[in-house]
Design a binder for this molecule. Structure first.
Ligand SMILES: *Cc1c(COP(=O)(O)O)cnc(C)c1O
Length: 453
């Protein structure tokens, strides 16, 4: 094929994609609305696209970029000289490394459990379950109180089987910050490692603090915190493929690494999960961090704050309330309206919202999740106008119909609805009361297999 033909195919392939710059998506993309950020990131991304992070002795620029990006993250998290870190391709990878470090550290310290445990609140990101699944650990899910990790539950559950305590700043579903100081103190008394998942908050909460917002302390200023993950590809505004994991000391980082000298090929030294990777995303993260600097990030954080406040107060007027304390860049809102119908109607008006199922045990109602980006400051008014419309519009499919479908076992019909966009895909977790979890998991795997056949 010719270049022109291929470009034509690329153009047609992206026709059905949502526009990541539109400000109509919440989560997934972290849009600033600043063209220059995109320009400088793409310059770096393309320039280093064909260099490989496999071996840090070959492309020396990689060592320089990594030091700079990790150094910036370390500064944000108030790390002292002992703190070291690694650049990874995403939050999941950062978490995987923190979990591996905890497992190997636990073994080194003569930890006895065959299956070491990670204690985490139910709000913890699924990446910890994935890491535990891959690495042979078990996640013990503990209750929350007003959407935050319940300190007493941690104090009761911690034992000589515990390899890691994992908490969030903030958690993804509700945007609330776990009581890091209290839980870290309990863990420190027992000599247990504590990971703070700041994938979402790491690049924004420090700036909220500078702007005078009340932010609970969650970083290395808290003595018992031993590792932190923070995503440059979220509020760092770098292109996807950028995260950092920080460790309290080099010994922990060593536990996160994999080294093999048995191959007749080459000395295999991996400080991340993947080996060969493009250098582009790392160079781009470096470029964005340098372009913005502390002041640039602070200014963008003030836009996020403004967007959050506008949307929160506007939605309150429409009858919505917040599930948890509003203390980050995330809103989780509930109301008496049929939320599934609301989300579907908003979709028709071009907005991509996310539905979250409630948790009866914790008196948390079904709710909608909004991760705010700087761009939302300029679209907040039109969002609120459409939200008002969406409440009044009749829904093509409402929650009652969906629950009835699930109860009757009409899964194929449901999946068709999801595929053709009539039904929002976040509906599946909402059906877990009518469908057992294993069936839901199989159902989703079936859809995926169909899609990729
Ligand atoms: C985004 C996120 C992660 C990791 O996600 P990736 O998609 O792998 O970057 C982990 N924890 C929280 C709280 C997050 O928001």
């Amino acid at each position: 094929m010719s270049i022109d033909e291929i470009i034509a195919i690329l153009e047609s392939a992206e026709k059905e994609d949502l526009n990541p710059h539109s400000g109509k998506l919440f989560a997934y993309v972290y849009e600033t609305g600043d063209e220059n950020i995109r320009k400088v990131a793409q310059e770096a991304l393309v320039r280093f696209a064909e260099k490989n992070l496999l071996d840090f002795t070959v492309f020396r620029s990689a060592v320089f970029f990594e030091k700079e990006v990790v150094g910036f993250a370390k500064k944000l998290m108030h790390g002292n000289d002992g703190v070291v870190g690694s650049y990874t391709f995403g939050g999941t990878e950062s978490i995987m490394l923190a979990v591996k470090a905890a497992r190997d550290y636990y073994r080194k310290r003569e930890g006895k459990a065959e299956v070491p445990e990670i204690l985490a609140p139910i709000t913890i990101h699924p990446a910890f379950c994935k890491a535990a699944h891959y690495l042979g650990l078990k996640v013990v899910r503990l209750p929350v109180e007003e959407t935050k990790a319940d300190v007493n539950a941690f104090s009761e559950a911690i034992s000589d089987k515990t390899a890691l305590v994992a908490i969030s700043a903030p958690n993804w579903p509700y945007g609330t910050v776990d009581p890091v100081e209290d839980i870290a103190e309990i863990a420190r008394d027992k000599n247990v490692l504590v990971h703070v998942d700041a994938c979402l908050g790491g690049f924004i909460l420090p700036f909220f603090e500078m702007l005078g917002e009340k932010v609970p302390v969650f970083d290395f200023r808290v003595e018992g915190v031993t590792s932190i993950s923070l995503d440059a590809h979220k509020y760092g505004y770098a292109p996807k493929g950028s995260s950092v994991v920080l460790f309290r000391n080099p010994e922990l980082k060593k536990c996160s690494m994999y080294v093999d000298v048995s191959s007749p090929g080459y000395v295999f030294v991996n400080q991340a999960v993947l080996s060969s990777r493009p250098e582009g995303p790392l160079a781009a993260a470096f470029a964005v961090v340098k372009y913005l600097g502390m002041d640039g990030y602070k200014e963008l954080a003030s836009k996020v704050l403004s967007a959050r406040n506008k949307i929160y107060h506007g939605m309150k007027k429409l009858g919505f309330e917040s599930v948890g304390k509003v203390e980050s860049s995330v809103l989780s809102l509930y109301s008496d309206a049929d939320l599934l119908g609301f989300v579907n109607n908003m979709k028709k008006l071009g907005w991509q919202l996310h539905l979250q199922k409630g948790l009866k045990d914790y008196s948390i109602p079904d709710n909608i999740h909004l991760t705010l980006s700087p761009v939302h400051d300029s679209v907040a008014d039109s969002f609120l106008r459409d939200a008002e419309k969406a409440i009044e519009m009749k829904a093509e499919v409402d929650s009652k119909q969906i629950y009835a479908m699930a109860e009757k076992g009409e899964f194929a019909e449901l999946i068709r609805g999801i595929e053709d966009g009539r039904i929002d895909s976040s509906v599946i977790p909402m059906l877990l009361e009518s469908i057992p979890e294993e069936i839901a998991v199989e159902l989703i795997k079936n859809v995926v297999i169909e899609w990729f056949k």
